[in-house]
Design a protein around this ligand. Structure first.
Ligand code: TXA
Ligand code: MG
Length: 340
């Protein structure tokens, strides 16, 4: 099939693709999504096929405002509205009890559903015009880094979807924060642009799901089914080196072998002559690192580097999300340098 390229102003054509059961590449502030009408089970099934996504991994529904929550969710706690007030529209997904109107294929049979109200103006206009909740996972082929611009998404989806809308590069760059409100205390399932500190400022106590910071053992089940899969992984194995930036840069310089690649803070980009270097952003600018992390990982797939080394920010603020994505890309192969 030919994938039609649409511009930011083609709202009606984009909405028509969704209403007619088609698949649409849709820009959001976090990453590009692979959208379909979330009430049309047949359309949603096509998302799984296009991505090669395991059937037991549920999708989230994108809505234009918190007013729509009651259409799809039951037993909504007051905390949901407090979070919506503070962080919607924006990069946060809430897990809530679902109503029967939500097709089983969306929730992979769970009795809960992820709800998100994105802030990207083009995305919002399309959802409003379609008049339906949009089920959308990240627009990558399953296992690959999420796409943060239209070209990256086309790399994985050209010819497999009816259309894609160019909304420019994503301003956050990592997927939404997922907070589960069906348990007490609420639990962070995936870190993102709304930080753990932000969530605690509204909710008080918040638990962090163990899958955020470490590899799940055999028999352990993260609460977000998607967190159990190998993810964001470039073809070459990744080693993350954590600690003070100058020391991790020096460590990588000492250990890197000929031909291997590096993901590093901008300050150290000149330190690896002869190696493929991808910049993460300035060491002190974690928001820039979030915008760059997936593109940096993706870039290595068009090279033949046999291994990749990566620096990594500390876990404060959006650093928790950047570090989580790098750790997952590395299969939690992490070297932590002691403080000198
Ligand atoms: O920023 C985002 O959230 C992007 C954009 C497109 O909105 N979407 C996204 O979707 O990242 P996806 O499908 O790639 O990741 C959704 C994650 C998966 O790990 C999935 O297992 C989890 O959310 N999830 C979805 N519904 C859930 C539920 N009811 N309970 C627990 N986890 C859920
Ligand atoms: Mg994804």
């Amino acid at each position: 099939m030919e994938t039609i390229r649409l511009g930011a102003a083609d709202t009606e054509r984009a909405a028509a693709i969704l209403r007619e059961g088609g698949l649409l590449g849709i820009p959001t502030e976090t990453v590009y999504g692979l959208g379909a009408n979330g009430l049309d089970g047949t359309a949603v099934e096509r998302i799984f096929a296009a991505k090669g996504r395991p059937q037991d991994n549920p999708l989230i529904l994108h809505i234009p405002s918190a007013d729509w929550l009651e259409r799809y969710c039951a037993d909504i706690p007051p905390a949901a509205y407090r979070l919506a007030e503070a962080f919607w529209p924006g990069p946060m997904t809430m897990i809530l009890r679902r109503k029967p109107i939500v097709p089983d294929v969306v929730t992979a049979g769970l009795d809960t559903v992820g709800m998100r109200c994105p802030s990207h103006p083009v995305c919002r206009a399309i959802i409003q015009a379609a008049g339906v909740p949009v089920a959308a996972p990240s627009g990558n082929a399953s296992g690959r880094p999420s796409p943060t611009n239209m070209e990256d998404m086309l790399e994985d989806m050209d010819g497999k979807i009816e259309g894609i809308v160019d909304g420019g590069p994503c301003s956050v760059g990592v997927e939404s924060t997922i907070i589960d409100l069906t348990c007490v205390p609420p639990r962070l399932l995936r870190p993102g642009g709304v930080t753990l500190e932000d969530l605690r400022s509204v909710l008080g106590e918040v638990e962090v799901d163990p899958a955020v910071t470490r590899l799940m053992g055999p028999g352990e089940h993260p609460k977000a089914p998607g967190m159990k899969y190998r993810h964001y992984a470039p073809k070459a194995p990744v080693t993350v080196v954590k600690g003070d930036p100058a020391r991790t840069a020096a460590y990588i310089r000492r250990h890197i072998q000929a031909g291997e690649g590096v993901v590093c803070f901008d300050e150290f980009a000149g330190d690896y002559p002869g190696h493929t270097v991808e910049r993460l952003g300035p060491a002190a600018d974690k928001a820039a690192q979030a915008r760059n992390v997936f593109d940096a990982l993706r870039a290595f797939d068009s090279t033949d580097v046999p291994a990749i080394w990566s620096q990594c920010p500390d876990e404060g603020g959006i650093g928790l999300a950047v570090s989580n994505r790098l750790n997952k890309a590395a299969g939690f192969h992490i070297i932590t340098l002691d403080e000198a």
